[in-house]
Design a protein around this ligand. Sequence first.
Ligand SMILES: [Zn+2]
Length: 475
Amino acid sequence: MINLLRQRQTGHIIKLLLYIILGGGMAALPVVIGSMYLHSGMGHVYGVSCVYADSGGGPRGDGSGPVGAEDGRREAKAGDKELEECLARAAALAAGYDYDAAIALLSDSAYAESAKAQAAVSEYRAVKSTLVRADPGAITHIFFHTLIMDPSKAFDGDAWEKKYWQVMVTGEEFQKILQSLYERGFVLVQMHDIAYETTAEDGSVCFKEGDIMLPPGKKALVMSQDDVCYYEYMEGDGFASRIVIGEDGRPACEMRLDDGSIAVGSYDLVPILEDFIDEHPDFSYRGARAVLTFTGYNGILGYRTAPSYVDIGYVDIGFDYEQEREDAARVAECLKACGYELASHTWGHRNMGLMPLEDFIRDTDQWEEQVEPLIGPCDIIAFPFGSDIGDWHPYDTKNERFQYLYSKGFRYFCNVDSSQYYIQIGEKHMRQGRRNIDGIRMYYDLPESGLGNGHLSDLFDVGEIYDRSRPLPVR
Ligand SMILES: [Zn+2]
């Protein structure tokens, strides 16, 4: 199964870091610290401060220790250590393609004159001069659903098997997809990197194209995961049950094992992606992760946060509704700090283009009242069922559905589209088509399906990804 032991991996990183700090392996430092830094949501170097504090060598002094030459050597050592820390933080920024910040960090530091800092600055300047701006109109967006972690349970012939086969990808398939995307030069970016709202000097608001700068050969990519709710119907079918904050402060998943115990580990897209970026910090542009979308009717992130759970009397069996909402909000905060963008998928998983306007408004209001307080202000909506509130032409912004969603703060609108790119940047919004990566799409890309569509060939070789132990379609 997937590499489940995040804790073990973190321990390994800390050990490696100690080894590096205490004398060897400088070459590995940028990557290791890079991955730790990127996990911090760009705030501080994750875990490093405590590692440094612990690696001081022996008990804390009381101020009456040795004096003279030894003191001088100690000070020099401390200075070296701080310089290395500074270089490592710069390397982490550079690993995420933020060369300006890396250069500024070193140039503004107390070590600006040191040979090592100057060499690093020249290197970052040299790389920066080769960067190419990603065309905001040519950025692929792919999406997944919850990953099947135990295919034997998902494909067990029950009523849900066909649906899982059609719309879901297994954990192992996903890991292979990540590897292929990485090898082909894709780099995760946020939707907010592609275009963003800005206020002009006259106070008017407009959307502006972003400048995503990547080395030649690298390609920007948006990834999303829909329905990150761990619906009730999925219980016992080989999926995680919810996202939690692991002991290391990062997102992990809980999953119920056959013996009834609950394991915590990399049981869905989020922690698997975290593991991957640990190893490949250059898969993430400036800390970007995926977009996660939520309905509300079964709660979010595996927490039963919908008011219906109070109404049906869960409270009577010890279910603490308020605690559930608090926990969900904490996990949402942790995900945002890690670089995830959180989005609406409507309250009731509804077809927002076809449903009566009255229902459309009610659904939108319900999502805003019940889900937005848990995840914070939200400006992205991904429409279920590949529906949309307009045809393929740029939105008519007089369209009352567009106006209603806009009035609720939505600026990014996603439909489903199999084209490689589908981006429209309007005056006050952005619209992007998303490509479904799932069983049905992969199967009909396989030569043995008789179609061999090739829809996914820019992303991966489906013949190498598809798990052929899946049942045949429509069994
Ligand atoms: Zn959905």
